[in-house]
Ligand binder design. Structure first.
Ligand SMILES: C[S@@+](CC[C@H](N)C(=O)[O-])C[C@H]1O[C@@H](n2cnc3c(N)ncnc32)[C@H](O)[C@@H]1O
Length: 256
């Protein structure tokens, strides 16, 4: 999935919903940025976490934000205007334009799974981290996400299309050995669950459903399928019969 145009717009709205604001806080607290540190965010999207990291490291630190999408970096530049430490820029994690061992920590939220050459990306992240540097990577095993409300076959068609929206749709399951091979140690994995019993705009599920519907339509599901699924979700919600759960995993590691 490329985060440009309509897809970038939906993703940017998703990033602002209450569930993701709470998750951003949890990620920032776990990373625990210190004043003066040099941080790198991979796939920074609209720059909401980047802004928080830049404020935390202060004007003598650095919060470099990298994203392959010009639309996302345009939004990140607007979000981080006037914050000296924030440096959003277009780039590809597979070929980082930084020297060796220049960052104290790196973070990637729902980003690394979109990179087909994920082992190249991890090697690059390890290369730019100082020894002892922290890498925090949040991703989701998408196969385990659960939707209740619409007829099961309809949800299955949308979920099936979603399986190929990322190069590695179940990255957390495979990440620990990949990190060890890339030169990381102290690997830990923590659940950061999301539960929605409401299908309103404050909920992650509301925006995720729109991303999944847009992707399914592009993948050539039968005409009307995506619209029917969104309508069925809203109808289930109106009847008090909507439920969604997902367990993103925050993987933390130390550069050996
Ligand atoms: C699901 S979005 C997440 C954005 C942001 N981290 C957030 O949580 O709101 C994934 C982001 O990764 C970016 N991305 C995908 N492949 C990339 C690559 N090879 N290098 C840098 N960024 C990449 C996309 O452009 C997109 O903005």
């Amino acid at each position: 999935m490329e985060f440009t145009g309509e897809i970038a717009e939906i993703q940017q709205q998703l990033a602002r919903c209450s569930d993701i604001a709470a998750r951003r806080l949890a990620v920032a607290q776990t990373l625990a940025p210190r004043r003066g540190e040099r941080l790198l965010e991979i796939g920074c999207g609209a720059g909401l976490l980047l802004r928080e990291l830049a404020l935390a490291v202060g004007p003598h630190g650095l919060a470099a934000g990298l994203d392959i999408s010009p639309d996302q970096i345009g939004a990140a530049e607007a979000e981080c205007t006037g914050i000296p430490a924030a440096k959003p820029e277009i780039g590809d994690v597979r070929a980082l334009g930084y020297g060796d061992a220049v960052f104290d920590a790196a973070v990637a939220v729902q980003a690394v799974e979109y990179v087909p050459e994920v082992e190249t990306a991890l090697a690059e992240i390890r290369r730019v981290l100082k020894a002892g540097g922290r890498f925090h990577c949040l991703a989701t095993n998408w196969t385990s996400s659960f939707w209740h409300g619409p007829e099961i076959g309809l949800t299955a068609r949308i979920a099936s299309a979603w399986e190929n929206h990322a190069a590695h749709p179940n990255l957390p399951a495979r990440l620990a050995p990949m990190l060890a091979r890339a030169g990381f140690t102290g690997i830990r994995q923590l659940p950061v669950p999301i539960v929605n019993a409401d299908f309103g705009p404050a909920a992650f599920a509301y925006w995720l459903a729109r991303l999944m519907a847009a992707h399914a339509a592009r993948e050539g599901t039968a005409p009307g399928t995506a619209e029917a699924w969104l309508a069925a979700l809203a109808a289930a919600d109106a009847e008090g019969e909507f439920f969604f759960s997902s367990v993103p995993i925050l993987t933390t590691a130390i550069a050996a």
